[in-house]
Design a protein around this ligand. Structure first.
Ligand code: MF3
Ligand code: CO
Length: 258
């Protein structure tokens, strides 16, 4: 069942998502060659706790860390560790917060130093597909309209859409109904109604869409070892239109000043 949220609940969801985005912004200056992904995880956990939240992913279904950090051909759910970022890496950082009983969930893919133009294009198209999906999240549409917009933009640029992992409702649980696939047909799926809160999170591959799961039980990678990008916003439907609760502007303000 889908839990539609009141205005008051949406304001709490906004606070949790803003803390997620501030955590991203706090990490951005550290995203340099030589930093270990576990160091980023420690910075994020401390930042979240210092600001009154709890890491939303830590111990969620047994997940061992606060961030998912997925580099290059890793798609999502990469476990932080001793890997050191290097020039040219594409780094998806997915962050969750639980605060006031409501979750925030947002992911951003960062390029380390100078990036291969093909890889930059992959990141750009993935972010564009997220925003094109959000535009479709209006009362009167259905979830399939979001899915279709994402798939169309990604595939028309020659990229492929990961199908096994999808967006989701967000609330008192990190993953609620409805499912929000990044592929699908217009006019299909649940209706979009006032108070719906969902995370939309396209995972787009440079090569083929096929994925593999690693022996760590978490990390998802592309089968062809080509890179993947991932952006995620949590949004709420208010006055019939999408409001973005997580914020890339505060991340990009920091990135643009580095
Ligand atoms: N952010 C991921 C998602 O959007 C959730 C990570 S689940 C965890 O679905 F278990 F890895 F934390
Ligand atoms: Co999510």
């Amino acid at each position: 069942m889908i839990f539609y949220k009141t205005r008051a609940e949406i304001e709490l969801l906004r606070l949790s998502n803003e803390l997620v985005s501030k955590t991203h912004a706090a990490l951005a200056p550290y995203l340099q060659p030589g930093v270990k992904t576990i160091e980023l995880d420690r910075i994020a956990e401390q930042f979240i706790r210092d600001h009154g939240g709890v890491p939303g992913f830590l111990q969620y279904n047994g997940y061992p860390n606060s961030l998912c950090i997925s580099v290059n051909h890793h798609v999502v759910h990469g476990i932080p560790g001793d890997y050191e970022l290097k020039e040219g890496d594409l780094v998806s950082i997915d962050c969750g917060v639980l605060m006031n009983d409501y979750y925030g969930d947002s992911a951003y893919t960062y390029g380390i130093g100078s990036i291969d133009p093909k890889h930059q294009k992959l990141m750009d198209v993935t972010k564009e597909s997220l925003y094109l999906g959000i535009e479709q999240a209006v009362v009167g549409n259905r979830i399939g309209d979001i899915s279709h917009a994402i798939q169309t933009h990604a595939e028309s640029n020659g990229f492929s859409v990961v199908r096994e992992l999808i967006g989701h409702g967000v609330g008192k649980d990190l993953h609620e109904k409805p499912e929000v696939p990044n592929y699908g047909k217009r006019g299909r799926g649940p209706k979009i109604l006032e108070g719906l809160v969902i995370a939309i999170e396209p995972m787009i591959n440079l090569g083929k869409r096929d994925i593999v799961q690693y022996n760590d039980g978490w990390t998802i990678g592309t089968r062809d070892k080509l890179p993947s990008a991932h952006y995620e916003h949590t949004i709420a439907i208010v006055d019939g239109k999408p409001q973005i609760l997580s914020r890339f502007d505060i991340i990009e303000e920091v990135l643009n000043q580095l």
